[in-house]
Design a binder for this molecule. Sequence first.
Ligand code: KG4
Ligand code: ZN
Length: 370
Amino acid sequence: MKILAIETSCDDTSIAILDIKKHRLEILSNIVSSQAKLHAKYGGVFPSLAKREHQKNLPLVLKKALQEARSASRRTKIDAIAVTIGPGLEPCLWTGINFAKELAEKLKKPLIPVNHIEAHILANFVGGNSKLQITNSKKIFPAVCLVVSGGHTQLILMKNFGKYEILGETRDDAAGECFDKVARILGLGYPGGPVIAAEAAKYNIQHTKYRIRLPRPMINTKDYDFSFSGLKTAVLYLVKNMTSKKRLNKKEIQEICFETQQAIIDVLIRKTLKAAKNHKAKSIILGGGVAANKELRKQFKEKVSKEIPYSKLYIPNSKFCTDNAVMAAISASFHFKKKKTPKENLRFPTGQGWKKIVADANLRIDGKIL
Ligand code: KG4
Ligand code: ZN
């Protein structure tokens, strides 16, 4: 079946068209229009501005996605429309939902609601070497999933497709938000993750006197929760102290970035591995924008193979870690096939269920989608 998916939960306008077969999927198009430059001056996403941009971008992104799909496949008849309904920024979610409803009505096709967190997890089905296989469910579950993005940091126990239990989550800022806020403190721009990673990579710990030490919040607590706002505040005070007499030099900026990144990595790995050990996880699944971080990926691989070699680590290709509509299409295909979504929701526009498809900024992965 061919699914056209729409993702507008934050500041990326994305539409993808996938041809999903039983054991194989083909990406016919994947257009992501990033608004990062626009939000850079605010150091974070400005919701009303993001909504306006989505409204402007959606028709253009749709046109491109259809064109690309047509050149990839002779037959691009769409069988269903998928749309992210939450969690995310409410005005942005609504823009995508309204656009999806109009399109579904026009094409007389079913509309499938998508949970953004589940989509980040299922991005691991896109392909590559460590491709997750639907047929391998006995080897995959139970899985411990770490979703780390700009809006979320959650540890989730995945018992099967569609069966989730939230083990822990951040009590304040998300890991990505911490990267973004520290980048703002250092005047490095938005999004913070990639710039901090680039600065940290220039810092050579072996050849430099290493002085800065930042806290690893909640690293030793018994639960699976996180807290990153204290880390950001620690950086703020550190920078205030260091800049009382002079501006930060390049090396100092690199060192702060290195230590911030390492503090986040240390906490994420420690808690994820603890959850995986305690739940005898057959696999560890990462997802979300922060999972694109090279050091995080490298250190996760090292630690998992050393400490719990019986557990297989899955990380999506970097471009499918950050927001994209491919993962939304994959997620929709699971629900469509397994008929997890009530049938009437899928019969658009004759069924009435589609009316219940509304934005839910705080949608939980352990609850019902509708
Ligand atoms: O998943 P995502 O694209 O959007 C949300 O659902 O929030 O994640 C965006 C977040 C931002 O906070 C961004 O700074 C972070 O992911 N990010 C990274 C990297 N690339 C993006 N963080 C660390 N290292 C990266 N390479
Ligand atoms: Zn996301």
